[in-house]
Ligand binder design. Structure first.
Ligand SMILES: CC(C)=CCC[C@@H](C)[C@H]1CC[C@@]2(C)[C@@H]3CC[C@H]4C(C)(C)[C@@H](O)CC[C@@]45C[C@@]35CC[C@]12C
Length: 650
């Protein structure tokens, strides 16, 4: 049957109905969807290590939950992966081993014995990816001279230099900021018998005999996704040379500068911080500056924001939540179902959350602290977090505009206009949108990526997802205002041109924040359509042909995180409801909702729903920096409902 033949599908209404009931029953009192944002396996150990440096331990109930979680996600081979679904790495295996020991698990615990059996033959602590060594150095389990240097003086370089830290992607910059302070101070936990024991347990030889110069270069192949380039090695040599002669005065100035930046980040985010890593490291910095001081207390108070108790134990979320993001999508999904009387209260509550979480002002002295304006933006999580993101702003705006005809939008026009202004201010020269800021440095800086385990961390570059969301939001705004605005028109046209440039030969777009081609292609297609592409546009036809070519015989689509890591379609074992929903949303948007392909996809999706209205758990659909999987709890409740709703429309 041809891809576009009109075939009526059996109505999805009862399935959608049950799905909507699940969404309604899981909505939070604040109107959002709050949930599990776990996956990465380097967060808990950094937290536990940070507390240990401060002479603290997790309180007993939390300790029990964290230990249960780490035990639950230990791989069969004894190690831990970068995330809960990935093969073991030395970085996360050594760190999680140390975390368990710091939380009181005994050296001869059978699981810890197995962990040592996995990581010691691979080189133990000496072969860990870079971040692991930094955390171990902080604990006194590794020597600072065995690290790639992170001198705080980098902050004192001329800002015009492409390597000035202010030009880094904000996540990278905010993680390396406290790291540079701790490195500059050579900060170290007080010595203890437990740490002395750990120095015997995580090295495959005598700690006193370690060749720290050689250790600097050593990393297990299990931990290498981004190999160290000659440029990075040269930069390290240069910084090591500097480190040998570094004067005390300049160091103090640099440390003072870094501390001011840390303070600004803490205050702008109400001590939540941009993410869990700088949250913990900033807190540890303050511990060294002023133990038990007001900053440490403020940090301790906001720690609970990051913890989530689930069936697999207590985890540290990858962000303080994904609430705004999920809520904006949920609204659009529910509106797509036709927004009946029954769903109005749910939408009204969501509208309240979206209104309450728009960022209403810029941060203090944005230029001094290298912040892009914030006013009018929406963050990924909550207003208090304080870091708006281009596509979160776009999805927030889209949600408001979707609520508008229902009389449920609560954000006044002037504030919607602020969101539009912010989106326009974030468009890059290449026509695309990056995540939090304008692209500040050449993409080439990636050759200095020192992380081993992540890719694309150095510079905030334009992404298809962010670009598409911004184009869609601007197009929706244009439709809403009906006022001619050349700036908006031009931004949309440039955005669409950028999206076209990113399309691959095979018709797909690669996703950077979701797994992987089904996600990227959904955004690519939606962006082009919003910009005015006609359904006959060859780019759209190639995109849908690509999707159809990857449909499984049972009607579903399935992709796994390796798709992102390898840059090619990697099929999962079974069909995935989230990938299937993204594929269906794409086909439907491109006018193929009545095709045989869409009919079979929708049929599979309907059949996959459980009697309780949920779709069964499946592999993780979120990703960052090409390598690390992160779980989006609400996706399985939002996207299947949304996809069935649009496929049902004639
Ligand atoms: C610094 C490193 C390498 C690790 C820390 C982890 C964070 C970089 C990432 C954890 C959450 C991410 C993925 C965050 C989540 C939302 C996405 C998005 C869906 C809004 C996307 O469209 C734009 C990028 C995201 C903001 C993200 C960036 C990376 C994380 C913060």
């Amino acid at each position: 049957m041809s891809a576009t033949a009109e075939v009526r599908t059996p109505r999805s209404e009862p399935v959608i109905q049950r799905g909507l009931e699940v969404l309604a029953s899981t909505q939070d009192a604040e109107g959002s969807w709050y949930g599990d944002y776990g996956g990465p396996q380097f967060l808990i150990p950094i937290y536990v290590a940070g507390l240990h440096v401060m002479g603290r331990v997790p309180e007993p109930a939390q300790r029990e939950g964290l230990v249960a979680y780490l035990r639950r996600h230990q791989n069969a081979d004894g190690g831990w992966g970068l995330d809960v679904e990935s093969p073991s790495q030395v970085f996360t295996s050594v760190l999680n081993y140390v975390a368990l020991r710091l939380m009181g698990v005994a050296e001869d615990d059978p699981r810890l014995r197995r962990a040592r059996q996995w990581f010691l033959p691979r080189g133990g602590a000496l072969a860990s990816g870079a971040w692991g060594k930094i955390i171990l150095a902080l604990l006194g389990l590794y020597e600072y001279r065995g690290l790639q240097p992170v001198p705080p003086e980098l902050w004192l370089l001329p800002e015009s230099l492409p390597v000035h830290p202010s030009r880094l992607w904000c996540h990278c910059r905010m993680v390396y900021l406290p790291m540079s302070w701790l490195y500059g101070r050579k900060a170290r936990a007080p010595e203890s018998p437990l740490l002395a024991a750990l120095r015997r347990e995580i090295f495959d030889g005598d700690y006193a005999q370690v060749d720290w110069t050689a250790a600097r270069e050593r990393v297990s192949p299990t931990d290498v996704y981004t190999p160290r380039t000659v440029w990075l090695k040269a930069a390290n040599q240069l910084m090591l040379g500097y480190e040998r002669v570094a004067g005390k005065q300049l160091r103090e100035r640099a440390l003072g500068f870094a501390l001011e930046q840390i303070r600004a980040e803490d205050e702008a985010t109400h001590y939540i911080c941009i993410g869990p890593i700088n949250k913990v490291l900033n807190m540890v910095v303050w511990h060294f500056v002023n133990p038990e001081g007001p900053e440490v207390r403020a940090h301790l108070e906001r720690l609970p924001d990051y913890f989530y108790e689930a069936a697999d134990g207590i985890k540290m979320n990858g962000y303080n939540s994904s609430e705004l993001w999920d809520t904006a999508f949920a609204v659009q999904a529910v509106v797509a179902t036709g927004a009946s009387e029954a769903t109005r209260p749910m939408l009204a509550e969501a509208a309240r959350f979206i209104e309450a979480n728009q960022v209403l002002e810029d941060t203090r002295e944005p230029a001094r602290f290298y912040r892009h304006p914030s006013k009018g933006g929406w963050p990924f999580s909550t207003r208090e977090h304080g870091w708006p993101i281009s596509d979160c702003t776009a999805e927030g705006l889209k949600a408001c505009l979707a609520l508008e005809p229902l009389g449920l939008n609560r954000v006044p026009e002037a504030r919607l206009q602020d969101a539009v202004g912010l989106i326009l201010s974030m468009q890059n020269k290449d026509g695309g949108w990056a995540t939090y800021e304008l692209q500040r440095g050449p993409q080439l800086l990636e050759v200095l990526n020192p992380s081993d385990v992540f890719s694309t961390i150095m510079v905030d570059i334009s992404y298809v997802e962010c670009t598409s969301a911004c184009v869609q939001a601007l197009a929706a705004w244009r439709k809403h205002t009906q006022r001619p605005d050349a700036r908006v028109d031009e931004a949309i046209a440039r955005g669409a041109a950028f999206i076209r440039k990113l399309q691959r030969e095979d018709g797909s777009w690669v996703g950077s924040w979701g797994v992987c081609f089904t996600y990227g292609t959904w955004f690519g297609v939606k962006g082009l359509l919003a910009a005015g592409a006609s359904p006959e546009d060859p780019a759209l036809r190639r995109a849908t042909a690509f999707l159809r070519s990857h449909q499984r015989s049972d009607g579903s689509w399935s992709e796994v995180v390796d798709s992102c890591r390898q840059g090619r379609w990697v099929e999962g074992k079974d069909g995935h409801a989230v990938n299937t929903a993204w594929a269906l949303l794409t086909l439907a948007a491109a006018g193929e909702q009545a095709s045989d392909s869409a009919r079979r996809g929708a049929q599979w999706l309907r059949g996959r729903q459980q009697p309780d209205g949920r779709w069964p758990p499946e592999p993780i659909a979120g990703i960052f920096n090409r390598t690390c999987a992160i779980h989006y709890d609400a996706y399985l409740r939002i996207f299947p409902v949304w996809a069935l709703a649009v496929c049902d429309k004639r």
